[in-house]
Write a protein that binds this ligand. Structure first.
Ligand code: NAD
Length: 323
C-alpha cells in the first residue's frame, strides 16, 4: 500500500459513497480537489482516488509546495444534482481527518461548493473571496502559463521575449481568456479557437478548433479539454512547442516520446497548470501574502527551465526529465 490513509464512507445524509485517499503527509499536510462524478461502480471511484492522490503528491512536489497529495472522490448516479446534503457529507468526512487533509475544487465542484463544504470543516481552499477564500484560480493559473511560455521560448527560440512569437490558444474559457490578455499585452501574434463562438475576440485570428490544433505557429496552448495529443494528432501538428493549462493533454504517457521524436517541445501540463493550486494553497493553507504566492507562481518558469535544461542535456523528453 503506497497510501498513508484511505477511507470510504457512506454519507449520512445522502447514502452516497465518499472516498478520501491521503497519499502522504511527509512534506506537510495533504491537499487535493474534490471530484464528484459518475463511475460504472463505486469501486472505480476508489481506484481513481488512489491514482489522483498520488498524482497530487507529484504536482505539489514539482510546484515546490510543502504539501502532500490527497483526493476526495464521490461516485454519484447519472444526472445527479448535488446539493448541500452531499457537500455537508463530504465536509464531515474531511473534518474527521483532523486537518491532515484540505480540499479544493475539481471535476464536478467549484469555489461555491467549497463555501458549502466549509460550513462543516475549515480545511478547504479556493472558496470565493466573499466567503473568505482566495477566489477564482484562473488568473493565477494563467500567470503560471505565461511564466512557463517564457521558459519554453527561451529554450526553443533562444529568447524569453513573447512579443516576437506566434501562439495558437485552443480554448478561450476562464484560463485561456486570461492567457490571451497577457499575451496580447506583449504584442505577440495570436490566433485562437473555441467551440463556443461567443468567445471570439477582436484583433485575434479566429480558427476552428481543428485548424487551431494544427496551426503553423511557434507555440500551441491547449486550454480546453485533455487528451488532444495522440498518435493520430501528433503527426499533423505544425507548431514548434506546446505549453498550456489543460490537464492530461497526452492520451497516454508514450505520446510524449512521439512529440520528442518530431522535435516538438512539450512542456508537461503538471508543471504548466499549477499556478491556481499554488496560489490558493499558499494563501489559504500556508497563510502566505499574495506577493509571496505570486512569486511562487512566477517560479513555475524557473522550474520548467530547469526541467527543459535537464531534458536537453540528457537528450530525453521533458516528460521523461520530470519523472
Ligand atoms: N481554472 C483553473 O484554474 C485551472 C487550473 C488547472 C488546470 N485547468 C485546466 O485548464 C483547462 C481550461 O480550464 P478553464 O477553467 O479555463 O475551463 P473553462 O471551462 O472555463 O474553459 C474551457 C473552454 O474550452 C472550450 N472548449 C471545450 N471543448 C473544446 C474543444 N473541443 N475545442 C475548443 N474549445 C473547447 C469551452 O467552450 C470553454 O470556453 C481545463 O483542462 C482545466 O482542467 C484549469
Amino acid at each position: 500500500m503506497d497510501h498513508e490513509h484511505v477511507v470510504t464512507h457512506r454519507g449520512e445524509r445522502t447514502g452516497l459513497p465518499i472516498t478520501i485517499a491521503v497519499h502522504t503527509t511527509v512534506r506537510g499536510r495533504s491537499a487535493g480537489g474534490c471530484r464528484i462524478t459518475t463511475y460504472p461502480d463505486w469501486r472505480d471511484a476508489v481506484t481513481d482516488a488512489l491514482r489522483l492522490s498520488a498524482a497530487m503528491t507529484a504536482k505539489c512536489a514539482i510546484a515546490g509546495l510543502p504539501l502532500g497529495g490527497a483526493k476526495t472522490v464521490v461516485a454519484v448516479p447519472t444526472a445527479y444534482e448535488k446539493g448541500p446534503d452531499l457537500l455537508h457529507d463530504v465536509g464531515d468526512l474531511i473534518a474527521s481527518l483532523d486537518g491532515r487533509y484540505a480540499t479544493g475544487p475539481d471535476v464536478g465542484t467549484g469555489p461555491g461548493d467549497m463555501a458549502v463544504i466549509a460550513e462543516r470543516t475549515p480545511h478547504v481552499f479556493c472558496r470565493p473571496q466573499a466567503a473568505g477564500g482566495s477566489g477564482d484560480s484562473s488568473p493565477h493559473t494563467a500567470a503560471g502559463v505565461v511564466a512557463a511560455l517564457r521558459a519554453v521560448c527561451a529554450d526553443r527560440f533562444g529568447s524569453p521575449d513573447l512579443g516576437r512569437r506566434s501562439f495558437a490558444i485552443l480554448g478561450l474559457g476562464r484560463v485561456g481568456g486570461h492567457v490571451l490578455d497577457l499575451l496580447a499585452a506583449t504584442g505577440a501574434t495570436i490566433s485562437a479557437a473555441d467551440v463556443d463562438e461567443s468567445r471570439r475576440r477582436p484583433g485575434v485570428t479566429w480558427l476552428s478548433p481543428r485548424q487551431c490544433l494544427t496551426a503553423d505557429v511557434d507555440v500551441l496552448i491547449p486550454a480546453a479539454l485533455g487528451g488532444l495529443l495522440t498518435a493520430r494528432t501528433v503527426p499533423r501538428l505544425r507548431c514548434a512547442a506546446i505549453a498550456g493549462p489543460a490537464n492530461n493533454q497526452l492520451d497516454e504517457p508514450g505520446t510524449a516520446g512521439l512529440l520528442h521524436e518530431r522535435g516538438i517541445l512539450w512542456a508537461p501540463d503538471i508543471v504548466v497548470s499549477a499556478g491556481g493550486l499554488i496560489n490558493a494553497t499558499a494563501v489559504e493553507l500556508l497563510h502566505e501574502t499574495p506577493a509571496q504566492a505570486a512569486a511562487r507562481v512566477e517560479a513555475i518558469g524557473d522550474t520548467l527551465a530547469a526541467i527543459l535544461a535537464a531534458a536537453r542535456a540528457g537528450g530525453i523528453s521533458p516528460a521523461a526529465a520530470v519523472q
